[in-house]
Design a protein. Structure first.
Length: 733
């Protein structure tokens, strides 16, 4: 959302509870400084009316630019849906960007062909008595659940604190009204006889079963809310909306609602909260909510989408464009991790608060407007530049969600309509801030034009290899949240949201931001705590803030030149962290081993396959072999060849030669025998430590060998056991 007007206030209006009273804020005057020109035709009047509807600006003249009067990419999609429904013309999002005034858009609409999409009517999604058509998104959620990838990560929890005199019985009945109104809230996904998912409608339970009431104290509330938010759903048996009412006192309650993603999305939450409030007001007054009937159900929309995309060929056309767009894109965002990327990790979620001050947002907004882009694109460009710098990549793929409500009939529905777009952002060629902003803007427009292709179908179309170690196509998500928080004032009490920690991380990094009433942007960075430490993500957040500031202040500077570190951090990284000089003990490796064997005799010193050797045992075996070498005349200035395979004996042999005061000559058993024989002769080795096998290979090659001691011969092993295990003295060498 691009702030297009600023209102100066002496103080912010507050509610009786001391919180910001959003409803008391004065409306911005977007008309100030604009010359109003009235519409000249019916089509211009319609476009002006819809501009006013989606931006909240009144009046709108025919020369007012959509993105300068409060419009943004999300409201542009609402405008497209409304215009398509009102005119029956085929149009896409690109048309709004290219014809951003009512006059230009009306002219473009007059030339546009008729929309050839099949008619969307009620009843399309009904299958028999209790069956419903499932959307691609619901099918994908079912597949993930069967693979064990759900982990509660696809729960959408909301906790609302209710302050005032509450009629719990009326609230339970009101919740039933909302569930009865929206098909997804009572849909379970079962496995059909052929192994495919099947949607079935549940009967509406009693109000008592819908909304259990549990007395609780404030100290235990957070843990209970977290447990409810994280508890996975059984998609085949359990209704996808769980509700719980926690009673703190007679005038204070907390309503916990947990919605599974297969039945709703981010845009569904405000609808759910608003209708619950409306139904409660009616039920508390002994009435039935007087809602306008929904034009269609979510299942109808799912059936229509599948018919249009599959049978009409739109799916194939959009898939082809996506394949071209993502061909050769990197499959992994190679950020430096603090822990290994294991497939069996828990995907624990960590959260770091992040904010951009109003002053910087104003500069980014101005930059975006100069380039014909949006604040969304400016923030995403900064995020992409930061990720590229941190991963040393020339391009990154970042996911971003879209509401998916491209038809006006879908706007009042609760359901999983959201889709995810994969934006491929090129960082090669040393782009400056302006160039990168334009690249992101064009990538956004192209992706939005093909947003009807479900993400799960895109993954299948691209043939992306599945792995539990990473999410497909991208591992970083950017969320620009403009949905209003579910905060309602009802008869006698207030609903306000409680903060809930995420149950699990879906991606390596998710940057979620939303505009604030003060003109800034706030949000958080969610990260996979099984990959990254909190300190690492905090350092990256500081890098992102500096990149955004650099893009806004010096947009003509290549983004690779923007500073990621402060002067103090640079000194610490380049100088302080490299001051690693330390005094070394004046002792040989053999002497250090003796000290360690005395200090921690039972500690593990060597591990090879399923064998482990302690420091005490290693010391004893090396000392005995060293004494055997000395008995054979080995000592200072001598050279001993060591031709042993990787094993514990190899470590013992090397240490024994050092204890005897000689030098060891390593000979790789994989090298040609002639090469090893030449090395022995060139070094004037006086003894060869080997196995029977390695010695036989060299002898068979006709090599002239020094005396050989085969450490795996039984006679040799028996002989070694007779030597003392005490340390050799200099006099004995």
């Amino acid at each position: 959302m691009i702030p297009s007007a600023f209102v100066a206030l002496e103080q912010l209006p507050l509610t009786p509870n001391g919180k910001l009273d959003r409803r008391a804020l004065p409306e911005p005057d977007f008309a100030a400084g604009r010359e109003y020109v009235a519409p000249r035709s019916e089509i211009e009047a319609l476009v002006c009316q819809l501009f006013e509807q989606v931006t909240g600006t009144r009046p709108v003249g025919i020369h007012d630019r959509f993105f300068e009067i409060g419009g943004h990419s999300l409201s542009a999609m609402q405008l497209v849906a409304a215009l398509r429904g009102a005119t029956g013309r085929e149009m896409g999002l690109r048309m709004v960007f290219e014809h951003s005034t009512p006059a230009a858009l009306a002219e473009a609409l007059a030339r546009a062909p008729q929309d050839d999409a099949p008619r969307l009517t009620s009843g399309l999604g009904t299958l028999g008595e209790d069956g419903v058509v499932l959307s691609w998104g619901q099918r994908r959620m079912w597949t993930l659940s069967r693979l064990g990838e759900d982990r509660g990560a696809y729960n959408l929890p909301v906790a609302l604190r209710l302050e005032g005199a509450l009629d719990a019985d009326a609230l339970a009945v009101a919740l039933g009204d909302v569930i009865a109104r929206h098909v997804p809230l009572r849909t379970v996904i079962e496995e059909a006889a052929d192994g495919s998912p099947r949607g079935r409608l549940l009967a509406l339970p009693t109000p008592e079963a819908l909304l259990p009431v549990e007395p609780i104290v404030e100290e235990g509330l957070a843990a209970r809310l977290a447990a409810e938010a994280a508890r996975p759903f059984d998609l085949g048996r359990e209704a996808p909306l769980r509700a719980w009412l926690f009673r703190l006192s007679t005038t204070e309650h907390v309503l916990s609602l947990t919605l599974h993603h297969h039945a709703g999305d981010g845009a569904s939450i405000p609808i759910l909260a608003r209708e619950l409030g409306e139904a409660y007001v009616a039920r508390a007054a002994g009435q039935v909510p007087s809602w306008t009937p929904l034009p269609i159900s979510y299942a109808d929309l799912a059936a229509w989408q599948q018919a249009w995309l599959e049978e009409g060929g739109e799916l194939a056309r959009q898939a082809e464009r996506w394949r071209a767009r993502l061909a050769g894109a990197p499959e992994l965002l190679d950020l430096p991790t603090d822990r290994p990327r294991r497939a069996d990790r828990a995907w624990r979620a960590g959260v770091l608060e992040f904010a951009v001050p109003p002053g910087l947002i104003r500069k980014l907004t101005d930059l975006a407007r100069e380039e014909g882009a949006t604040l969304f694109a400016a923030l995403l460009a900064g995020f992409a530049a930061t990720l590229g710098r941190l991963s040393r990549a020339d391009e990154v793929v970042i996911g971003t969600p879209v509401a998916g409500r491209t038809r006006t009939e879908a706007e009042p529905l609760v359901g999983f309509l959201a889709n995810t777009l994969a934006l491929r952002i090129e960082l090669s060629g040393l782009p400056d801030g302006r160039t990168l902003l334009q690249r992101v803007h064009y990538a956004e427009i192209a992706a939005l034009a093909d947003q009807d292709l479900p993400f799960e179908r895109l993954v299948d179309e691209l043939g992306v290899a599945r792995t539990l170690a990473q999410s497909p196509l991208f591992q970083a998500m950017f969320v620009w949240q403009t949905n209003s928080a579910p905060e309602l004032v009802l008869s006698g009490f207030t609903l306000r949201p409680e903060r809930l920690a995420p149950a699990a991380a879906k991606f390596d990094l998710t940057l979620e931001l939303s505009p604030t009433v003060e003109g800034g942007v706030s949000g958080h960075i969610q990260y996979d705590a099984d990959l990254f430490e909190a300190t690492t993500v905090a350092r990256w957040a500081a890098c992102l803030a500096r990149v955004l500031e650099g893009m806004a202040s010096t947009p003509s500077l290549p983004v690779v030149s923007l500073p990621l570190l402060t002067a103090t951090e640079r000194v610490a990284e380049v100088e302080d962290w490299n001051r690693t000089a330390a005094p070394l003990p004046e002792a040989t490796l053999a002497a250090l081993l003796e000290v360690q064997a005395t200090r921690t005799p039972e500690a593990v010193a060597v591990v090879f396959e399923d064998q482990t050797v302690s420091y005490a045992e290693l010391h004893v075996r090396a000392e005995r072999l060293a004494r055997a070498l000395v008995a054979r005349g080995i000592g200072p200035e001598g050279v001993v060849g060591v031709c042993l395979p990787r094993s514990v004996e190899l470590v013992v042999a090397i240490l024994s030669v050092m204890k005897a005061g000689a030098a060891y000559l390593p000979l790789d058993p994989e090298h040609p025998a002639e090469r090893r024989a030449w090395m022995l002769a060139d070094a004037s080795a006086t003894l060869l430590l080997a196995t029977e096998a390695t010695a036989a290979v060299m002898a068979a090659a006709g090599a002239a060998l020094p005396p050989v001691l085969c450490l795996d011969e039984k006679a040799v092993m028996d002989s070694l056991a007779t030597f003392p295990a005490g340390p050799l003295s200099d006099a004995e060498r």
